[in-house]
Every structure is written in structure tokens, then in C-alpha cells.
Design a protein around this ligand. Structure first.
Ligand code: HEC
Ligand code: HEC
Ligand code: HEC
Length: 360
């Protein structure tokens, strides 16, 4: 029998119509209760693994996973991931186990994936499965912190996990409500006095209330990109955000040890005081120094060096915005080299503490 052109047209028209008819009548069982056929399950998993492997080829892995971010990643895991995947000492709920596909207990499967594959899954999620994408696609450093945490997850016992994720106060319980509950959530990463539990978490105590509130609003609406902070701020109502800003602004800064002066710190001081006229980098202290500055400009003295560096890189790459004044910093950071960034971060971090700032 000859295949004529109209046979092909018939197939191309009739086949899709048959599929639509099948779906319209409702024969396709979308119920999750009976599970997939073995072959469908095999095929879906095979397709998922192959896609992750292929798309991960373009992922650039950092020289070292950012271990400094393991603590905030663990704390984020508790509120953003454990509800589906469980955690050490917290088995998955029977409800989640009836999802199709079932979210796996990650302690048993992370070793199957390379770092770049885990990055790919966590950043983009997995279609048709309920596995969500990361809350922001604008920056990758937090996702690498999550990969660093996932690498440690299989070896954590329940006690170690709780210490990392909940700190000393535990997860906000149903007994708390409103402000108390919101504060208990912040404390898991920022401590009660706002000093912060990791090198990548900013010291927020003693920062101006106006700046803290402006930042919290920007995180809550997603315009300042951070998966960690958007998750934390988005569930807090406006009045409580204001109270949190007031609370942390009123905490006394801890006494920090003044670091010994180094070559980097003196170069940093030079940039902070005078800027770099050849590259049109303004003097940082023009905005970040003295007592009379605009309260929307954050205080930098005594801030953590790693945090300052990370934020300057985000500004330089145009990845941090969201407040009425962020354009000022985009401009100031545009021409900084990695070396400049390290130098100014060392300089600001080495200054004893916030409380001494106003006298400078
Ligand atoms: C709403 C439920 C849900 C949430 C929340 C969730 N996941 Fe998943 N996740 C899934 C499901 C379902 C799969 C299985 C996908 C599949 O088998 O194709 C999965 C798969 C994964 C995998 C691949 C494991 C494997 O071998 O299949 C990793 C890694 C992962 N999730 C990490 C995370 C992280 C990290 C978070 C938090 C940022 C998170 N997930 C949040 C549902 C969820
Ligand atoms: C999962 C850990 C985690 C939780 C929970 C958390 N934070 Fe944060 N917070 C961070 C990290 C990490 C950053 C730095 C984010 C960035 O790079 O923009 C940050 C940044 C901030 C900033 C910006 C400070 C600055 O100098 O720009 C404020 C303000 C803040 N957090 C307040 C809060 C408040 C209030 C809560 C509770 C509602 C909270 N955070 C909950 C980890 C957390
Ligand atoms: C014209 C004023 C101005 C100048 C000059 C300036 N900044 Fe800023 N800087 C700001 C403002 C405003 C913000 C807050 C932006 C926001 O939150 O959107 C900021 C934020 C920052 C932050 C983030 C702090 C935090 O807690 O998250 C760092 C780090 C920083 N500046 C470093 C510098 C350095 C280093 C220089 C000098 C090279 C500099 N700035 C010059 C106005 C300025």
C-alpha cells in the first residue's frame, strides 16, 4: 500500500483530535491514589535525571562550596523544604508520602547527585512534581549555600540539625502568635540581639530603624533578592515588620574585637575616605560616615567582612536593588575590583563597633 500525502494529513489532524477527545471525555485518570504504572514511573524518572544531567553541564561550580552559608541554609531548609522532604529527627508526614511523585528523604538520595546537579534542581525545581524553584532567580550564592548544607545533611544527627536550624530557642511554636512568633523566627538566624549566626548574616542590631524597615519591605515584596529573607519576611504583617525593625534597631551592639590593622585595611581606609578618582569611585564615608547621615544609609562600621563583600559584589553585578536609594550604591560599586572590595570590607569590619561610629 502506498502512503499518500493525504494519509499523512489525516494522521496529523486526527491524532491530536483523538488525544483531545480522550482528555475531554475524562478517561485519563489524574488521581494520585493508584500511583503510576511501573513503566511510566521509570520513564518520568529517567527523563528527569537526563534533563538535570544535561542542563547541569552549563553550571559553573565555585572553587569551594560556601560553608559559611550552611547555618542560614539549614534554617531555610526547616521552613522551605522539610515540610516535604523531612529532616533528621523529623520524618515526612503521611500526607506528603501520598504525593505523586513522593518527595524523597534527602538524606538517602543527595549522594546520587553531583554539586552542579543539586544546584540545578534547587534553583529551577522540577516541573510536574511539586518540587518548587528557588524564591529568586537573581542570585546564585544562596543556592550554593543550600548545596553546601545538602552535602552535610546525611551526616547530621537530629541534635546537630536542630542546633543549626533552630538555634537555642527552637522553632516558633503554635503557642506564640503575631510579633512573638515572627521574632522567634528571625532569632533562628539573627540571634536575640541581632548579632547573626553566620559570616554571611549581617549584624542588624543598632542599625537605623528606617534602614531595617526599608530592607524588610523590599525583601517581603521580593524586590531585594534573597530567598532566605523573602521566605522569612513575606509571612509577617506590616505592623509586625515595623515592630521588628524597631526591636533590632534598639538592641545594643556587641563589643567586637578590633582587628589588627593590615595592608588591606589601610588601602580600604584610603578608598573609604577619599574614593578612587581615576575610576570615579566616590568616598564611601561621604554617605556611610558621621552621625548626620541619612538614616536610610546603612552603618558599615563593625559589620562582617564576608557580608560586606557579598553585598558589594551583588551591587557591582546589578543584582541588589529594591529600595528608594539602591541606585546610589549601584553607582558607587560599579567600578570596584575584587581587590578593592576585599580592602574596604576589611577596613569597615575592623572598626570596633557601631556605638563608636558617631564620634568619628
Ligand atoms: C511541595 C513539596 C516540596 C518542597 C517544598 C521541596 N521539594 Fe524538593 N522535591 C519534591 C518532590 C516531589 C521531588 C521529587 C521529584 C522527582 O522525583 O522527579 C523533589 C526532589 C528534590 C531533589 C532531588 C532528589 C531526588 O533524588 O529526586 C532535591 C535535591 C530537592 N528536592 C531539594 C529540595 C530543597 C533544597 C528544597 C527547599 C529549598 C525542596 N526540595 C523543597 C518536593 C518538594
Ligand atoms: C534563614 C535565616 C534567616 C532568617 C530566618 C531571617 N534572616 Fe534576616 N537575613 C539573613 C541573611 C542570610 C541576610 C542577608 C541577605 C542578603 O544577602 O540580602 C539577612 C538580612 C536581613 C536584613 C538586612 C540587613 C542589612 O544590613 O541590609 C534584615 C533587616 C533582616 N535580615 C531582618 C530579619 C528579620 C526581622 C527576620 C525575621 C522576620 C529575619 N531577618 C529572618 C538570614 C535570615
Ligand atoms: C551616595 C551615597 C553612597 C556612597 C558614596 C556609598 N554608598 Fe554604600 N550605600 C548607600 C545606600 C543608600 C545604601 C543602602 C541601599 C539599599 O539598601 O538599597 C548603601 C548600602 C551599602 C552596603 C550594604 C550594607 C548592608 O547592610 O546591607 C554596603 C556594603 C555599602 N553600601 C558599601 C559602600 C562602599 C564600600 C562604598 C564606597 C566605595 C559606598 N558604599 C559608597 C549609599 C552610598
Amino acid at each position: 500500500m502506498f502512503v499518500r500525502w493525504w494519509h499523512m494529513v489525516l494522521v496529523l489532524v486526527v491524532a491530536p483530535l483523538a488525544v483531545i477527545l480522550f482528555a475531554w471525555i475524562g478517561f485519563f485518570n489524574v488521581g494520585a491514589s493508584t500511583g503510576h504504572w511501573k513503566i511510566t514511573e521509570w520513564f518520568l524518572h529517567f527523563a528527569m535525571q537526563s534533563a538535570v544531567r544535561t542542563y547541569a553541564l552549563s553550571v559553573e561550580v565555585p572553587d569551594e562550596l560556601p560553608r559559611a552559608g550552611v547555618q542560614p541554609a539549614a534554617a531555610h531548609f526547616t521552613t522551605g523544604c522539610a515540610i516535604c522532604h523531612g529532616a533528621p529527627g523529623e520524618p515526612r508526614s503521611p500526607v506528603v508520602k501520598r504525593m505523586l511523585p513522593q518527595p524523597p528523604d534527602l538524606t538517602t538520595v543527595v549522594d546520587k547527585w553531583s554539586d552542579e546537579e543539586l544546584f540545578r534542581i534547587v534553583k529551577h525545581g522540577v516541573r510536574f512534581t511539586g518540587m518548587p524553584a528557588w524564591p529568586t532567580q537573581a542570585r546564585d550564592d544562596e543556592i550554593w549555600a543550600m548545596v553546601a548544607f545538602l552535602r552535610e545533611l546525611p551526616s547530621l544527627d537530629p541534635q546537630q540539625y536542630r542546633k543549626l536550624a533552630y538555634g537555642s530557642t527552637g522553632l516558633p511554636s503554635a503557642q506564640h502568635s503575631g510579633f512573638e512568633r515572627a521574632l522567634a523566627d528571625c532569632v533562628r538566624c539573627h540571634e536575640t540581639n541581632g548579632a547573626g549566626r553566620s559570616a554571611l548574616t549581617p549584624i542588624i542590631d543598632g542599625q537605623s530603624e528606617a534602614y531595617l524597615l526599608e530592607s524588610l519591605r523590599a525583601y517581603a515584596e521580593g524586590s531585594r533578592a534573597s530567598g532566605f529573607m523573602t521566605q522569612a519576611a513575606a509571612n509577617v504583617d506590616t505592623d509586625d515588620l515595623e515592630r521588628l525593625a524597631r526591636y533590632f534597631a534598639a538592641q545594643s551592639p556587641p563589643a567586637l574585637e578590633r582587628a589588627p590593622t593590615s595592608h588591606a585595611a589601610s588601602r580600604g581606609r584610603e578608598i573609604a575616605e577619599r574614593g578612587l578618582s581615576a575610576r570615579r569611585v566616590p568616598a564611601c564615608l561621604g554617605c556611610h560616615g558621621g552621625s548626620a547621615h541619612n538614616p536610610a544609609y546603612p552603618k558599615l562600621w563593625g559589620q562582617r567582612a564576608d557580608y560586606i563583600e557579598a553585598q558589594l559584589r551583588l551591587f557591582r553585578e546589578g543584582k541588589r536593588s529594591g529600595t528608594a536609594y539602591s541606585h546610589l550604591m549601584l553607582n558607587a560599586a560599579k567600578k570596584l575590583t575584587d581587590e578593592d572590595i576585599r580592602a574596604v570590607a576589611t577596613y569597615f569590619a575592623a572598626q570596633a563597633s557601631r556605638s563608636t561610629m558617631t564620634t568619628r
